[in-house]
Design a protein around this ligand. Structure first.
Ligand SMILES: Nc1ncnc2c1ncn2[C@@H]1O[C@H](COP(=O)(O)OP(=O)(O)OP(=O)(O)O)[C@@H](O)[C@H]1O
Ligand SMILES: [Mg+2]
Length: 239
């Protein structure tokens, strides 16, 4: 049986003369519960995420979700189907506390759900201590965790995160890594990331993009030893 959850075949997207994504194929499935996409600035990572979640239309290619062709399905509909992503701007309510946020999502809990209580969320997302503090007063990492928690509470099949550790220090990054480990195997996770230590730590598979194309894909060990990957980073520079 085909267990692939989300796949893209020969995905291509140009902006004017820029080939942001060129004939990229990838599969998100249980053999790699946490897949990360890395690559130099401008490699096409965010564009690829946008194509998979339907935020922008493809020039060419096909996207399938649980075996069904969803190439023409819009982002809003894909989200309802269980393809979730975070946005640049946090989707949280400043005046509400984490407990209130999760309370609002409580209709997603209970029988049939992967989750059973608000306490469970506060625990997984490391928010117990701040459960009753207004979200606007939380620090950056806690706001980020709350945002991811809100999305996760809807039990999506796929969770896509674009640079979740951006602007975070080591301890904060470790909190994000711990959440990813909790979610691993519960849902398919795809992460775009620049922090290579974080990537090597949490990934089951790493896909490397350069100039819109996949130049390598494999286990963290394999990618770390890949000369082509090293050369791409040297040439293009990275943060
Ligand atoms: N809406 C757009 N209009 C025009 N060009 C775009 C658009 N979005 C992306 N591009 C271009 O496509 C290429 C890939 O951009 P993308 O944002 O996908 O890269 P990225 O790998 O996410 O980079 P970064 O690591 O800096 O986030 C870049 O050359 C970028 O300038
Ligand atoms: Mg990007």
């Amino acid at each position: 049986m085909n267990k692939v959850v989300l796949s893209g075949s020969n995905l291509s997207k140009s902006f004017g003369g820029v080939h942001a994504v060129r004939r990229v194929s990838l599969e998100l499935g249980p053999d790699a519960p946490v897949t990360t996409i890395i690559g130099p600035n401008g490699a096409g990572k965010t564009t690829l995420l946008n194509l998979l979640c339907g935020a922008i239309p493809l020039d060419e290619g096909k996207v399938e979700f649980k075996g069904a062709d969803i190439t023409g399905v819009r982002m809003r509909q894909r989200m309802k189907m269980g393809i979730a992503r975070t946005f640049q701007h946090t989707g949280i309510f400043g005046r509400l506390t984490p407990r209130e946020h999760f309370f609002l999502m409580a209709r997603n809990l209970g029988p049939g759900s992967k989750w059973h209580s608000i306490e469970q969320f506060l625990d997984i997302f490391n928010l117990e201590t701040f459960a009753d503090v207004q979200a606007e007063s939380l620090n950056h990492v806690s706001q980020r965790l709350l945002e991811i928690g809100m999305i996760v509470s809807a039990s999506p099949s796929v969770l896509m995160l674009d640079e979740p550790t951006a602007g975070m220090d080591l301890a904060e990054t470790a909190q994000i890594a711990s959440v990813i480990r909790e979610l691993r195997g519960i849902m398919q996770v795809m992460i775009i990331e620049h922090d290579i230590d974080f990537v090597l730590d949490i990934s089951d598979r790493i896909i490397v993009l350069d100039q819109g194309a996949v130049i390598a894909s494999g286990l963290p060990d394999e990618i770390q030893r890949d000369d082509v990957v090293a050369a791409a980073y040297m040439r293009r520079g990275h943060r």
